[in-house]
Each structure stands twice: as structure tokens, then as C-alpha cells.
Ligand binder design. Structure first.
Ligand SMILES: *[C@@H]1O[C@H](CO)[C@@H](O)[C@H](O)[C@H]1NC(C)=O
Length: 181
């Protein structure tokens, strides 16, 4: 680095010398301007040659770096494309936003307000979410009701339907008292 700086300083000095030549005094001066002075051989022109070599080397390095950057950008783009293609995005949140019931029969709660439905798994007409992608899902629901002491809460299995579970406890049922009323 220090060496490059010294050489650069030498180059600037030599350019200044070139430009200092007064064309009015020397009619051939315009031809000699910015040409290395070959009479001043030895250290000076050797330094210029070395500097030219360094500049050329740097230009080649820049070109290689630019090519590397381009390759990396292409690789990143390919990776992003393959990742987004490989990871399906499914997620929904729907809301009721109006009172429902009581009704004398079991009904599927149809949430009419779609907050998000990425992957279109939730069917607004039926109120049923269909998993089009196999995988591990997490479902949750919130319900506000005036749950009095003595009220019962339970989950129900419809006739002819089944739930799979094993020692891994895939199915859980939780309840948390947030605060007493
Ligand atoms: C939603 O369900 C209804 C009734 O089964 C069906 O006609 C409709 O095509 C479904 N919509 C979508 C987007 O799957």
C-alpha cells in the first residue's frame, strides 16, 4: 500500500513535469506531453512501468471481482427461487366480528371476516380449512364468552371421525385463567 502510494506520487510528479512544459516555448511540446521521458531512464521510467503494471493488475482484479459478484448474485437468486418454491406458505386468520347463536343444532362456525388467507386454505363458504400441504400445523382459536363458575368446556369427536395420538401428545387441550371476573 505504502509502495503504491509512493509510486503514485512519483507518477503525479512526472505528469506535473509534463504539463509544466510551455507549448509556446517549445513547438514540439504538445507531442511530448504525457509521454514518459525515455531519456530519463533508470529509476524514474522503471517506476512508471511498475505503476502501469500495478494499474493493469488492479484493473484485472476489479474485473475478476465484478465477475465474482455477478456469479454470487446469480447463485443467491437461484437459492432464493428454490427456497421459495420448496417452502409453501400457508397461514390464515379469520374473525367472526358478530354474535352467533344460540341455534338448536351443531353447526360449523363460519368466520366471515378474512384477516389473512395465504395459500387459500380457508374456505369462506364452508368455514373449513383444507390442508393442501402435508406438514405440522399449529391451530389456535380465541373465544370470548361469559364463562361462569360451573360452566363446562370440552372438545368433541364427531361420529365416525378419529383423532390420532401416541406418547408424543400431538393432541392437547389447554385452558388458562387470565384473570378472575
Ligand atoms: C369452497 O367450498 C365450496 C363448497 O364446497 C366450493 O364450491 C368452492 O369451490 C370452495 N372454494 C374454494 C376456493 O375452494
Amino acid at each position: 500500500m505504502e509502495r503504491t502510494f509512493l509510486l503514485l506520487a512519483a507518477f503525479i510528479f512526472s505528469s506535473a513535469q509534463c504539463q509544466d512544459t510551455d507549448p509556446s516555448r517549445d513547438p514540439d511540446a504538445s507531442l511530448t506531453v504525457c509521454k514518459p521521458d525515455i531519456r530519463d531512464s533508470g529509476v524514474h521510467s522503471a517506476q512508471i512501468l511498475e505503476l502501469q503494471g500495478l494499474i493493469q493488475e488492479q484493473a484485472q482484479l476489479n474485473q475478476e471481482q465484478a465477475q465474482l459478484n455477478q456469479e454470487q448474485a446469480q447463485q443467491l437468486k437461484a437459492l432464493q427461487e428454490s427456497t421459495s418454491a420448496a417452502v409453501p406458505r400457508v397461514g390464515f386468520t379469520v374473525a367472526l366480528r358478530q354474535p352467533l347463536g344460540p341455534v338448536p343444532i351443531d353447526i360449523t362456525v363460519k368466520y366471515p371476516v378474512i384477516i389473512s388467507n395465504i395459500g387459500n386454505g380457508y374456505n369462506l363458504t364452508t368455514g373449513i380449512f383444507t390442508a393442501r400441504v402435508s406438514g405440522m400445523y399449529y391451530f389456535s382459536y380465541t373465544m370470548r364468552n361469559n364463562l361462569e363458575a360451573g360452566d363446562n368446556v370440552y372438545t368433541k369427536l364427531y361420529a365416525y371421525r378419529d383423532i390420532y395420538d401416541d406418547r408424543m401428545s400431538h393432541n392437547t387441550f389447554s385452558g388458562f385463567l387470565l384473570f378472575p371476573l
